[in-house]
Design a binder for this molecule. Structure first.
Ligand SMILES: [Zn+2]
Length: 361
């Protein structure tokens, strides 16, 4: 599996969608075709960027039938230009770090960033100012313009404020598309100026079928650990988080073995540890774990210590953009975890006494 699977942009020549589950949301979007500013929200990994690009392609499509139905034709010159990211009336406003991750570095971006050691994870105010200047120029192909801001949560405070006037009164026939997995993090003034469209994750069978077409073998455990998000599952697979590793991970952590987490990005590690903490508590309360297989979970947990660990993880999650030393922090979090299964367990629940590596079954 390639490190950066190239993603299809918009509807292809043969009419196929980039992600099969976007059909429903695309139909819903038809009723919002007149909205000048649309906020696409919903869980991470549902395809916000792909969906935004699809709506942009629909708005700019030059096929008269397609324009009426809000379904891009995939065949006209405009659809082709969107598909190759060179449409003069489509502007993508992304954090530089995401652009690099997608392999979309362009000359002007490189020039902008050559002084920076690390590409920014924020959308900078200069990007918004350039976008506003672009919006005020005449449409190149005469069908209006589309600005896609992904994700809008990446707008820093100054950048979000700079955008407000354009969001309130878009010049000409400009359509603004914003995405966010967590709209509550946006400025209320940004939220209130947008109509909303929620993008849901696909049903499990749809997600599994799609992951198989992407070359994943046995996608079930990875999809489950990724919370049902197929795009996240695909990313996890490219990071080497295999079904075998996920089956072993909970007990490795309980034993204080940090080897399978070392070198991974801190947000990913914290996400995995939080999911483990969740599942262990659910299991102790007699419920069914959500992210890991029940037989993979260690039992005999000190639950009050587990909740303290969980609070520590949440605190680390809030500061994971600026880790003082990610490697040391991961070691420390895993060593705290190991302590949970070494302590004397509490009475009650399904927490059992004894050794650290008791199986649930
Ligand atoms: Zn078209």
């Amino acid at each position: 599996m390639s490190k950066n699977p190239a993603r299809q942009i918009g509807v292809a020549n043969d009419g196929s969608l980039p992600l099969p589950w976007l059909t429903t949301a695309l139909a819903q979007a038809a009723s919002l075709a007149k909205a000048h500013a649309l906020l696409i929200h919903g869980p991470v990994g549902g395809g916000h960027l792909e969906f935004g690009l699809l709506l942009a392609q629909a708005a700019l499509c030059e096929d008269p039938t397609a324009a009426r139905s809000q379904q891009p034709c995939g065949r006209c010159a405009s659809c082709h230009l969107v598909g190759t990211r060179v449409h003069p009336d489509l502007l993508l406003v992304l954090p530089d770090a995401l652009r690099v991750q997608l392999g979309w570095v362009m000359d002007e971006d490189s020039k902008l960033n050559k002084a920076d050691a690390k590409p920014s994870r924020e959308i900078r105010v200069e990007q918004v100012r350039q976008a506003i200047a672009w919006a005020q120029q005449t449409s190149g192909r005469g069908r209006g313009k589309v600005m896609l801001i992904h994700p809008a949560d990446a707008l820093n405070g100054t950048a979000a404020n700079a955008l407000l006037k354009t969001l309130e009164e878009p010049p000409g026939a400009l359509r603004l598309l914003l995405t966010s997995a967590d709209p509550e993090r946006l400025l209320p003034t940004v939220r209130s100026r947008c109509q909303r469209l929620r993008l849901e994750l696909p049903a499990t069978d749809v997600a599994l079928d799609w992951l198989l077409t992407q070359g994943m073998v046995d996608p079930g455990p990875v999809l489950r650990a990724a919370g049902g998000s197929p795009l996240e599952a695909l990313t996890w697979a490219t990071e080497g988080l295999s079904p075998v590793l996920l089956a072993e991970l909970p007990r490795r952590i309980a034993a204080g073995d940090v080897s399978s987490l070392a070198g991974r990005a801190l947000p990913r590690v914290i996400d995995l540890l939080l999911k483990l903490a969740h599942d262990v508590q659910v299991l102790a309360a007699g419920g069914s774990p959500r992210f890991f297989a029940v037989e993979s979970l260690p039992t005999g947990t000190d639950l009050s210590a587990l909740r303290a660990w969980q609070r520590e993880l949440m605190r680390a999650a809030r500061h994971d953009e600026h880790p003082w030393n990610a490697g040391l922090l991961i070691e420390s979090l895993v060593s705290q975890a190991a302590g949970l299964w070494r302590r004397q367990p509490q009475t009650g629940g399904r927490a059992t006494s004894g050794a650290s590596l008791n199986s649930a079954r």
